[in-house]
Write a protein that binds this ligand. Structure first.
Ligand code: FBP
Length: 693
């Protein structure tokens, strides 16, 4: 027998094919780096200028007027081609800083690339500096100069690795002073803040403070959550979606659709998929459109829930039952259980449910807990000038503090925000969820939903309620009539004799449901004896037992969390193009003298040739919201519009996609994010749908 010569390790390492494998850059990465996204027409040649768009109107919040007087008069600016003298200002030498803020979103590197390319094209002397690790980089002066080499390494690639990101907010006088000192020390003409609603809010406050120093601040709408969608007071769209949403949704959809395939092959698991999106359910909605998963919860829809039975009952008694409005945790578990029970009835004790990370925000009692606990923590910090979480580091210590509040009320009498009823309700929820609700808020005062096992909270409730339904004989697996007939025939037994005794719909449906009162071998036997089909001291016929056992459901669940993976995915072509043009737009706004504006592209939902780069004034969009127990001026988050085409379609298809009917499920496979070739979809499905008239 000839022995194969073992290749030496040196030879192996030197081999061309091996070199390609151990090289960090795959062919896909190399192709991405070399790709230049198309430019909006206005950027195609020469300098740009700005044209004020007076047709837009905003309902201005008096607090915004008061707190941001320097910016409140800003208007929408459209990027246009510059003519004559305006072109000279465009070419002036500038130093521009850029910072990433908050969670990564695919496409961020292209914002830098667009800004860098525009700056260098306008004047090769222009410098672009990247602040490292988010706003901390500004406060601490941690910065690097961006070069051709550095920028090119990350073109069209996901993540924020080029300069990293962070969640620090410039929210104190000291941090603001240090930031201004850094910007002055670096000779910055402008700062570009790439961030979500909170970071753009922060950008507006920085713009206000830095205006006197002659430093412009421009925001860029980033967040996979898709909750920066800007309309004017008349509903005219200025920014249809934040960047990163499409790529993250596609990444989640790809994984979830693969679970749909696995589930319908192995037919044994319910896959509970939590998808990111701190509050709004936009990502879950897009995943529903992309995959047709069996059940997708939409937080905004649940909070709109009205328990008609209770409303009617109260009406008949001449009363109003306010508790009938909005969804409770219990109702929510009913929605999921109903889907599971209905599919089981047609033999499908498996499926895929999509749960938005922020769904609990829309549940009545959770909302109340979050607001009350935010207020308690913030009051404690203000009164004691300390940190609640440092003083009460364990869950038990936090709970004891809450109990003390209740005891305090009992002794002193006056009602406070946390009463015995709250304590009682709070004690009813599982420990891990209590710990989640009492967790430290992020730097913007937001509740950190990504740290709460939302899927587990729902799953526990679902398991409890399914247990009840099982005992009541309502959660059962339907038996296909042909299978029943065949099983009986094998033992020469007459299906038509046993069928009506065992099943409640014998001869009616294709899937037969065991009668509700038959929930065990004992009750099965009782039914057969009562029908005279056997004596009490006889053994039950084997096929009847087999059929019964097959109808008893066991809920097997796998939980999944899709979030950080989608934030790190490489951008879709839509996001590559969108972000590169956002970067170009940021430079145009700076060159045009804007400050306190966020870049945007109008008509994203239309053909690329219709895209129009804009500057959107941030201050007029701001309003007061509760954050960390205080009312704060913030950029409004946009949540799912229940009147939008995208939502109405998902609602209309809900029953079909649930698949509680015989036959195949209607899953859709969106496939992987494709960078080359023409098969890649050109925008989020949600955007295309909402643009249809
Ligand atoms: P941004 O709003 O900063 O873009 O972040 C969005 C997000 O990905 C949410 O979907 C998620 O709840 C949160 O960040 C997670 O934050 P963290 O990175 O701190 O875990």
């Amino acid at each position: 027998m000839s022995e194969k010569r073992l290749v030496s390790l040196d030879e192996l390492l030197a081999h061309g094919a091996v070199q390609q494998i151990i090289e960090n850059d795959s062919l896909d990465v190399m192709e991405r780096r070399n790709y230049t996204p198309p430019l909006c027409a206005v950027f195609e040649n020469g300098p740009t200028a700005l044209e004020t768009q007076e047709q837009y109107r905003f309902d201005i919040d008096p607090s915004a007027q008061e707190q941001l007087p320097q910016l409140i008069g800003n208007q929408v600016e459209k990027v246009v081609k510059a003519e004559g003298e305006k072109a000279n200002g465009y070419k002036k030498a500038r130093t521009i800083g850029i910072v990433f803020s908050g969670g990564p979103a695919p496409g961020g590197h292209n914002v830098i690339a667009g800004l860098y390319d525009a700056a260098k094209k306008a004047n090769p002397e222009n410098r672009v500096l990247g602040f490292i690790l988010g706003q901390d980089g500004i406060i601490e002066g941690n910065v690097c100069e961006l070069t051709d080499e550095r920028v090119s390494k990350y073109r069209n690639l996901g993540g924020f690795s080029m300069i990293k990101t962070g969640r620090t907010k410039i929210d104190t006088k000291k941090k603001m002073r240090l930031s201004i000192e850094t910007c002055k020390m670096l000779g910055l003409d402008a700062l570009v803040v790439v961030g979500g609603d909170d970071s753009n809010t922060n950008a507006a406050f920085m713009a206000q403070e830095m205006k006197a120093q002659g430093i412009q601040v421009i925001g860029v709408p980033k967040t996979i959550d898709g909750d920066i969608q800007v309309n004017d007071a008349d509903g005219k769209s200025l920014c249809a979606i934040s960047f990163g949403f499409h790529s993250a949704a596609r990444a989640f959809a790809r994984n979830i659709s693969d679970l749909c395939t696995d589930g319908s092959s192995d037919v044994k698991y319910w896959h509970f998929c939590k998808v990111m999106g701190r509050v709004a359910s936009h990502l879950a909605l897009e995943v529903a459109l992309q995959t047709h998963a069996n059940l997708t919860l939409i937080g905004e829809d649940l909070s709109d829930y009205v328990d008609e039975e209770r409303v009617e009952k109260a009406q008949n008694e001449g009363e109003v039952d306010y508790t009938a409005y909005g969804m409770t945790l219990r109702h929510l578990s009913r929605v999921v259980c109903d889907a599971i029970v209905r599919r089981a009835a047609v033999g499908k004790n498996y499926g895929v449910v999509v749960i938005p990370e922020g769904v609990l925000e829309f549940i009545n009692e959770v909302q109340v807990f979050i607001i009350k606990l935010n207020t308690i923590i913030s009051d404690y910090n203000a009164i004691h000038d300390t940190d609640f979480h440092a003083d009460f580091p364990t869950l038990e210590a936090k709970l004891e503090y809450l109990r003390r509040l209740v005891r305090g009320i009992r002794k002193t009498g006056p009602a406070t925000i946390w009463n015995a009823r709250d304590d009682e309700l709070f004690n009813d929820i599982p420990e891990f969820f209590k710990a989640g609700l009492l967790m430290e808020r992020d730097s913007h005062g937001n509740f950190q939903f990504s740290q709460v096992e939302t899927d587990r909270v729902i799953l526990e409730l679902v398991k409890d309620y399914l247990g009840i339904l099982k005992e009541k004989g309502r959660y059962k697996i339907g038996i296909e009539d042909a299978y029943f007939e065949k099983s009986m025939k094998q033992f020469n037994m007459d299906a038509d004799v046993y069928g009506p005794v065992i099943f409640r719909n014998y001869g009616v449906g294709r899937y037969l449901m065991i009668r509700e009162e038959i929930i065990s071998h004992k009750t099965l036997k009782q039914a057969l004896v009562k029908a005279g089909l056997m004596d009490d001291d006889e053994y039950m016929p084997a096929p009847v037992i087999k059929i019964f056992d097959k109808s008893v459901p066991k809920l097997k669940v796998q939980t999944h969390f899709y979030g950080y993976d989608g934030r790190g995915t490489d951008p879709t072509k839509f996001d590559c193009t969108y972000t590169y043009n956002l970067g170009l737009t940021a430079f145009s706004l700076i060159a045009g003298g804007c400050t306190g504006h966020m870049v945007g592209i109008r008509n994203l939902e239309k053909e690329f040739s219709d895209w129009e780069p804009l500057g959107i004034p941030i201050a007029p969009l701001m309003h007061l919201e509760e954050r960390g127990g205080k009312m704060k001026l913030v950029l409004e988050k946009s949540v799912v519009d229940l009147n939008s085409n995208a939502f109405r379609l998902v609602k209309a298809m809900r029953d079909k996609w649930l698949g509680a009917a015989p036959g195949e499920d209607r899953f859709r496979k969106p496939g992987a994010i494709r960078f080359n070739g023409d098969l890649e979809e050109d925008k989020p499905l949600m955007l295309s749908l909402n643009a249809l008239n």
